[in-house]
Design a protein around this ligand. Structure first.
Ligand code: ADP
Length: 266
Protein backbone atom coordinates (compact mmCIF):
# COMPACT_ATOMS: atom_id res chain seq x y z
CA UNK A 1 0.00 0.00 0.00
CA UNK A 2 1.47 3.37 -0.96
CA UNK A 3 0.79 7.04 -0.51
CA UNK A 4 -2.13 8.26 -2.59
CA UNK A 5 -0.82 10.73 -5.11
CA UNK A 6 -2.37 14.17 -5.08
CA UNK A 7 -2.56 16.50 -8.06
CA UNK A 8 -0.61 19.22 -6.30
CA UNK A 9 2.96 18.24 -5.43
CA UNK A 10 3.96 19.90 -2.17
CA UNK A 11 7.49 20.68 -3.25
CA UNK A 12 7.36 21.13 -7.04
CA UNK A 13 11.00 22.18 -7.03
CA UNK A 14 12.99 21.17 -3.97
CA UNK A 15 14.54 24.16 -2.18
CA UNK A 16 18.26 24.43 -2.75
CA UNK A 17 20.71 23.70 0.04
CA UNK A 18 20.54 20.96 2.65
CA UNK A 19 17.41 20.25 4.69
CA UNK A 20 19.57 19.28 7.68
CA UNK A 21 23.16 20.37 8.18
CA UNK A 22 25.35 19.58 11.17
CA UNK A 23 28.88 20.94 11.46
CA UNK A 24 31.23 19.95 14.25
CA UNK A 25 28.34 18.96 16.52
CA UNK A 26 29.45 17.78 19.94
CA UNK A 27 27.32 16.93 22.94
CA UNK A 28 28.93 16.32 26.26
CA UNK A 29 27.16 15.35 29.47
CA UNK A 30 28.93 16.37 32.66
CA UNK A 31 32.45 17.72 32.98
CA UNK A 32 35.94 16.64 33.81
CA UNK A 33 36.87 13.00 34.34
CA UNK A 34 33.25 11.86 34.50
CA UNK A 35 32.22 13.60 31.24
CA UNK A 36 30.35 11.49 28.70
CA UNK A 37 30.98 12.44 25.08
CA UNK A 38 27.68 11.43 23.49
CA UNK A 39 28.54 13.13 20.17
CA UNK A 40 32.16 13.74 19.25
CA UNK A 41 31.97 15.96 16.19
CA UNK A 42 29.25 15.16 13.67
CA UNK A 43 29.45 16.69 10.19
CA UNK A 44 26.75 15.95 7.67
CA UNK A 45 24.40 17.51 5.15
CA UNK A 46 21.15 15.78 4.24
CA UNK A 47 19.59 16.99 0.98
CA UNK A 48 15.92 17.89 0.61
CA UNK A 49 13.93 14.88 -0.53
CA UNK A 50 16.28 12.34 1.04
CA UNK A 51 15.57 9.45 3.40
CA UNK A 52 18.36 8.78 5.91
CA UNK A 53 18.49 5.96 8.46
CA UNK A 54 20.67 6.28 11.55
CA UNK A 55 21.86 3.07 13.17
CA UNK A 56 24.36 2.14 15.83
CA UNK A 57 24.79 0.08 18.97
CA UNK A 58 23.05 1.07 22.18
CA UNK A 59 24.79 4.09 23.69
CA UNK A 60 26.39 5.13 20.37
CA UNK A 61 24.59 8.49 20.39
CA UNK A 62 21.54 7.93 18.16
CA UNK A 63 19.02 9.59 20.51
CA UNK A 64 21.37 12.46 21.23
CA UNK A 65 21.93 12.92 17.50
CA UNK A 66 18.18 13.02 16.78
CA UNK A 67 17.53 15.40 19.67
CA UNK A 68 20.29 17.79 18.60
CA UNK A 69 19.34 17.62 14.90
CA UNK A 70 15.68 18.31 15.72
CA UNK A 71 16.34 21.21 18.07
CA UNK A 72 15.12 19.28 21.12
CA UNK A 73 18.54 19.40 22.75
CA UNK A 74 21.40 21.87 22.43
CA UNK A 75 24.83 20.72 21.29
CA UNK A 76 27.79 21.63 23.50
CA UNK A 77 29.56 22.85 20.35
CA UNK A 78 28.96 23.08 16.62
CA UNK A 79 26.19 24.26 14.37
CA UNK A 80 22.82 22.81 13.33
CA UNK A 81 20.93 24.26 10.37
CA UNK A 82 17.39 23.21 9.49
CA UNK A 83 16.06 24.27 6.09
CA UNK A 84 18.92 26.77 5.93
CA UNK A 85 18.15 28.33 9.33
CA UNK A 86 20.85 28.23 12.00
CA UNK A 87 19.15 27.03 15.18
CA UNK A 88 22.13 26.83 17.54
CA UNK A 89 21.70 30.23 19.15
CA UNK A 90 17.91 30.39 18.99
CA UNK A 91 15.78 31.20 22.01
CA UNK A 92 13.63 28.42 23.43
CA UNK A 93 10.48 30.15 22.14
CA UNK A 94 11.74 30.48 18.59
CA UNK A 95 12.97 26.88 18.63
CA UNK A 96 9.55 25.66 19.76
CA UNK A 97 7.92 27.70 17.02
CA UNK A 98 10.33 26.32 14.42
CA UNK A 99 9.73 22.74 15.57
CA UNK A 100 5.98 23.21 15.34
CA UNK A 101 5.89 24.87 11.95
CA UNK A 102 8.83 23.28 10.12
CA UNK A 103 9.45 19.84 11.61
CA UNK A 104 7.39 16.67 11.86
CA UNK A 105 7.87 13.90 14.41
CA UNK A 106 6.97 10.20 14.43
CA UNK A 107 7.70 8.16 17.55
CA UNK A 108 7.72 4.46 18.38
CA UNK A 109 4.76 4.90 20.76
CA UNK A 110 2.64 6.88 18.21
CA UNK A 111 1.97 9.61 20.84
CA UNK A 112 -1.58 10.35 19.67
CA UNK A 113 -3.92 12.10 22.07
CA UNK A 114 -6.60 9.54 22.97
CA UNK A 115 -9.37 12.04 23.71
CA UNK A 116 -9.10 13.69 20.29
CA UNK A 117 -10.45 12.31 17.03
CA UNK A 118 -8.05 11.24 14.30
CA UNK A 119 -8.75 14.48 12.42
CA UNK A 120 -8.13 16.58 15.55
CA UNK A 121 -4.86 14.75 16.16
CA UNK A 122 -3.74 15.47 12.61
CA UNK A 123 -4.70 19.15 12.97
CA UNK A 124 -2.86 19.54 16.27
CA UNK A 125 0.48 20.74 14.82
CA UNK A 126 -1.39 23.47 12.91
CA UNK A 127 -3.21 24.57 16.07
CA UNK A 128 0.02 24.55 18.08
CA UNK A 129 1.79 26.54 15.35
CA UNK A 130 -1.00 29.14 15.54
CA UNK A 131 -2.20 28.36 12.01
CA UNK A 132 -5.85 28.08 11.07
CA UNK A 133 -6.73 24.37 11.29
CA UNK A 134 -7.28 23.40 7.69
CA UNK A 135 -9.72 20.49 7.58
CA UNK A 136 -9.26 20.04 3.85
CA UNK A 137 -5.53 19.65 4.40
CA UNK A 138 -6.19 17.11 7.18
CA UNK A 139 -8.45 15.14 4.84
CA UNK A 140 -5.76 15.31 2.17
CA UNK A 141 -2.95 13.87 4.32
CA UNK A 142 -5.28 11.29 5.86
CA UNK A 143 -6.18 10.26 2.33
CA UNK A 144 -2.49 10.03 1.48
CA UNK A 145 -1.91 7.51 4.28
CA UNK A 146 -5.03 5.56 3.30
CA UNK A 147 -7.20 6.67 6.23
CA UNK A 148 -9.51 9.08 4.44
CA UNK A 149 -12.55 7.48 6.07
CA UNK A 150 -11.18 7.44 9.64
CA UNK A 151 -11.12 11.14 10.53
CA UNK A 152 -13.97 10.87 13.03
CA UNK A 153 -12.59 7.85 14.91
CA UNK A 154 -10.64 7.86 18.17
CA UNK A 155 -7.10 6.42 18.12
CA UNK A 156 -8.21 3.53 20.39
CA UNK A 157 -10.57 2.35 17.64
CA UNK A 158 -7.66 1.86 15.23
CA UNK A 159 -5.00 -0.85 14.89
CA UNK A 160 -1.38 -0.06 15.81
CA UNK A 161 -0.42 0.30 12.16
CA UNK A 162 -3.34 2.64 11.53
CA UNK A 163 -2.39 4.72 14.56
CA UNK A 164 1.14 5.08 13.25
CA UNK A 165 -0.28 6.16 9.88
CA UNK A 166 -2.28 8.85 11.72
CA UNK A 167 0.97 9.92 13.38
CA UNK A 168 2.59 10.08 9.95
CA UNK A 169 -0.30 12.20 8.61
CA UNK A 170 0.14 14.48 11.63
CA UNK A 171 3.86 14.74 10.89
CA UNK A 172 3.20 15.66 7.25
CA UNK A 173 0.27 18.06 7.69
CA UNK A 174 2.38 21.23 7.85
CA UNK A 175 4.58 20.11 4.89
CA UNK A 176 7.62 20.25 7.19
CA UNK A 177 11.22 20.74 6.08
CA UNK A 178 12.16 17.50 7.85
CA UNK A 179 10.35 14.54 9.41
CA UNK A 180 12.25 12.97 12.32
CA UNK A 181 11.25 9.39 13.08
CA UNK A 182 12.46 7.60 16.21
CA UNK A 183 12.08 3.80 15.87
CA UNK A 184 8.77 4.34 14.05
CA UNK A 185 8.23 0.61 13.51
CA UNK A 186 9.50 -0.57 16.89
CA UNK A 187 6.00 -1.37 18.16
CA UNK A 188 4.65 -2.90 14.94
CA UNK A 189 4.57 -6.40 13.48
CA UNK A 190 6.53 -7.06 10.29
CA UNK A 191 3.65 -6.58 7.83
CA UNK A 192 2.37 -3.40 9.44
CA UNK A 193 5.92 -2.08 9.75
CA UNK A 194 6.39 -2.58 6.02
CA UNK A 195 3.24 -0.53 5.32
CA UNK A 196 4.45 2.36 7.46
CA UNK A 197 7.94 2.23 5.92
CA UNK A 198 6.45 2.23 2.43
CA UNK A 199 4.47 5.34 3.36
CA UNK A 200 7.62 7.05 4.65
CA UNK A 201 9.41 6.10 1.43
CA UNK A 202 6.49 7.46 -0.62
CA UNK A 203 6.46 10.69 1.39
CA UNK A 204 10.03 11.18 0.17
CA UNK A 205 9.46 10.02 -3.40
CA UNK A 206 6.11 11.64 -4.17
CA UNK A 207 5.84 14.57 -1.73
CA UNK A 208 9.52 15.53 -1.63
CA UNK A 209 9.64 15.07 2.15
CA UNK A 210 12.98 14.73 3.93
CA UNK A 211 13.06 11.91 6.48
CA UNK A 212 15.64 11.14 9.18
CA UNK A 213 14.89 7.85 10.94
CA UNK A 214 16.65 6.26 13.90
CA UNK A 215 16.22 2.50 13.87
CA UNK A 216 17.96 -0.64 15.00
CA UNK A 217 16.14 -2.71 12.39
CA UNK A 218 18.18 -3.44 9.21
CA UNK A 219 14.94 -4.12 7.31
CA UNK A 220 13.65 -0.63 8.18
CA UNK A 221 17.01 0.92 7.29
CA UNK A 222 16.77 -0.83 3.90
CA UNK A 223 14.05 1.67 2.91
CA UNK A 224 16.44 4.63 3.29
CA UNK A 225 18.63 6.22 0.60
CA UNK A 226 21.56 6.26 2.97
CA UNK A 227 22.42 4.57 6.25
CA UNK A 228 24.64 6.32 8.78
CA UNK A 229 26.29 4.15 11.41
CA UNK A 230 27.12 5.81 14.70
CA UNK A 231 29.69 4.35 17.04
CA UNK A 232 30.87 6.00 20.22
CA UNK A 233 29.45 9.39 19.23
CA UNK A 234 30.94 9.55 15.74
CA UNK A 235 29.85 8.53 12.24
CA UNK A 236 31.76 5.30 11.82
CA UNK A 237 30.40 4.26 8.44
CA UNK A 238 27.82 5.06 5.79
CA UNK A 239 26.10 2.90 3.20
CA UNK A 240 24.09 3.94 0.14
CA UNK A 241 20.69 2.27 -0.20
CA UNK A 242 21.31 -1.39 0.62
CA UNK A 243 19.49 -4.58 1.43
CA UNK A 244 18.92 -5.66 5.05
CA UNK A 245 21.63 -8.37 4.90
CA UNK A 246 24.36 -5.89 3.93
CA UNK A 247 23.17 -3.41 6.55
CA UNK A 248 23.10 -6.13 9.23
CA UNK A 249 26.67 -7.10 8.27
CA UNK A 250 27.90 -3.54 8.81
CA UNK A 251 26.09 -3.39 12.14
CA UNK A 252 27.73 -6.63 13.23
CA UNK A 253 31.14 -5.25 12.26
CA UNK A 254 30.47 -2.22 14.51
CA UNK A 255 29.34 -4.24 17.49
CA UNK A 256 31.78 -7.14 17.16
CA UNK A 257 34.17 -7.41 20.11
CA UNK A 258 37.79 -6.58 19.34
CA UNK A 259 39.65 -9.65 18.01
CA UNK A 260 41.13 -11.82 20.78
CA UNK A 261 44.86 -11.44 21.42
CA UNK A 262 46.44 -13.71 18.81
CA UNK A 263 49.39 -14.66 21.02
CA UNK A 264 47.20 -16.77 23.30
CA UNK A 265 45.95 -19.01 20.47
CA UNK A 266 47.08 -22.62 20.75
P1 ADP B 1 21.68 5.59 21.82
O1 ADP B 1 20.44 6.33 21.48
O2 ADP B 1 22.50 5.20 20.62
O3 ADP B 1 21.44 4.41 22.71
P2 ADP B 1 22.28 7.91 23.48
O4 ADP B 1 22.31 9.09 22.59
O5 ADP B 1 21.06 7.67 24.28
O6 ADP B 1 22.64 6.59 22.63
O7 ADP B 1 23.50 7.99 24.49
C1 ADP B 1 24.85 8.27 24.10
C2 ADP B 1 25.72 8.32 25.35
O8 ADP B 1 25.36 9.45 26.13
C3 ADP B 1 25.57 7.12 26.28
O9 ADP B 1 26.82 6.86 26.84
C4 ADP B 1 24.59 7.59 27.30
O10 ADP B 1 24.77 6.91 28.53
C5 ADP B 1 24.96 9.07 27.43
N1 ADP B 1 23.81 9.91 27.82
C6 ADP B 1 22.67 10.11 27.12
N2 ADP B 1 21.86 10.98 27.77
C7 ADP B 1 22.51 11.33 28.91
C8 ADP B 1 22.22 12.22 29.99
N3 ADP B 1 21.09 12.91 30.04
N4 ADP B 1 23.14 12.33 30.98
C9 ADP B 1 24.31 11.64 30.94
N5 ADP B 1 24.65 10.82 29.95
C10 ADP B 1 23.78 10.66 28.93
Amino acid sequence: MGLRRTKRPEHPTPPSGAAVELAGVRRQYGRGDGAVHALRGIDLALPHGSFTAVMGPSGSGKSTFLQCAAGLDRPTAGSVRLGGTEISGMSENRLTELRRSRLGFVFQAFNLLPSLTVEQNVLLPMRLAGQRPDRRRAAEVLGQVGLGDKGGRRPSELSGGQQQRVALARALVTSPDVVFADEPTGALDTTTAAEVLTLLRDAVDTLGATVVMVTHDPVAAGYADRVLFLSDGAIADTLPRSGPARIADRMRALTAPAPAYAGTAA
